[in-house]
Design a protein around this ligand. Structure first.
Ligand code: T3D
Length: 259
């Protein structure tokens, strides 16, 4: 199968998915959502693949939803967009027994950040930054950010990141346990591959470990993803989101009015 917006390769038990729209910092278009979901399905079904690596081409991991598609005329229902395009990806990553590792090569923002959080492990380059960018454009968290972040780093720090939308640098992400390892940018691909191949050589029980950990999270995650979609539907209809998108595209600071 060939893909328009990702690169996909398999070898030594590892399937590597590279988000490949570097000119837009690998921001999600509907085609990239489809390609990523198809590649995850392919890797899940492939008997030789034991571990999946997700990374980004160029200087970013992923900048979230492509905001050029989000003018008021084009945007449609954000709740529907989450239900159809994003939530199936998050549920597929969590629902499969195969281990999914995010190799975070650069900035991970919005849905791109939460894609990394949905993975089983994260290894990051020194240059990586994690940004809960939603508030900057007048949105609420989605793709499971409101679910994973408090569980990974605690309620207080999660609220700070969500409410302020400030970047979390790689060394701080390591200190608070959001990532497992930080390596020099030039050695990330090699280190991530070594980690994935090590997992791919592991026993059958790695999948059972994931199932055990997921068991009591599953229903809650599904409910939370649906709840996020409902909240994003509200946020997507606000004047503040219009302003957030316009300000981003015009490269200026947004002026929100709280409506
Ligand atoms: O369906 C739905 O809509 C609901 C789902 C929502 C999920 C979400 O993800 S909402 C959050 C969307 N993402 C963001 O708000 C992040 C936007 N991007 C940024 O804040 C910054 O670009 C970064 C902090 C990620 C990186 O900053 P910096 O200074 O390193 O790079 P830059 O100069 O801002 O960006 C470089 C280029 O990428 C630039 O294009 P240009 O000027 O060179 O032609 C920029 O416009 C483009 N780019 C970056 N992010 C996006 C993007 N283009 C479209 N959409 C983006 N998200």
């Amino acid at each position: 199968m060939s893909y328009e917006t990702i690169l996909f390769e398999k070898g030594n038990g590892v399937a590597t998915i590279t988000l490949n729209r570097p000119q837009a910092l690998n921001a999600f278009t509907p085609q990239m959502n489809r390609d990523l979901l198809d590649a995850l399905r392919d890797a899940e079904r492939d008997e030789e693949t034991r571990c999946i690596l997700i990374t980004g081409a160029g200087r970013a991991f992923c900048a979230g939803q492509d905001l050029k598609d989000r003018s008021r005329e084009q945007r449609g229902s954000l709740g529907q967009s989450l239900r159809e395009r994003y939530n199936p990806i998050i549920l597929r990553i969590r629902g499969m027994e195969k281990i999914v590792v995010a190799s975070v090569n650069g900035v991970a923002a919005g849905a791109g950040c939460n894609l990394a959080l949905a993975c089983d492990l994260r290894i990051a380059a020194e240059e990586a930054r994690f940004i809960q960018a939603f508030v900057r454009v007048g949105l609420a968290p989605d793709c499971g950010g409101s679910f994973f972040l408090p569980r990974l780093i605690g309620l207080s720090k999660a609220m700070e990141l969500l409410l302020l939308g400030e970047p979390l640098e790689a060394d701080e992400a390591l200190r608070i346990g959001l990532v497992s390892k930080v390596v020099p940018t030039k050695s990330l691909a090699k280190s991530a591959r070594e980690l994935a191949e090590r997992i791919a050589r592991g026993p059958r029980s790695t999948g059972l470990i994931k199932r055990a950990v997921n068991r009591n999270l599953k229903v809650e995650l599904e409910n939370q993803l649906e709840y996020e979609a409902q909240l994003q539907e509200i946020a997507g209809r606000t004047t503040d989101f219009d302003e957030g998108v316009r300000a981003f595209l015009e490269k200026r600071t947004p002026v929100f009015v709280g409506k």
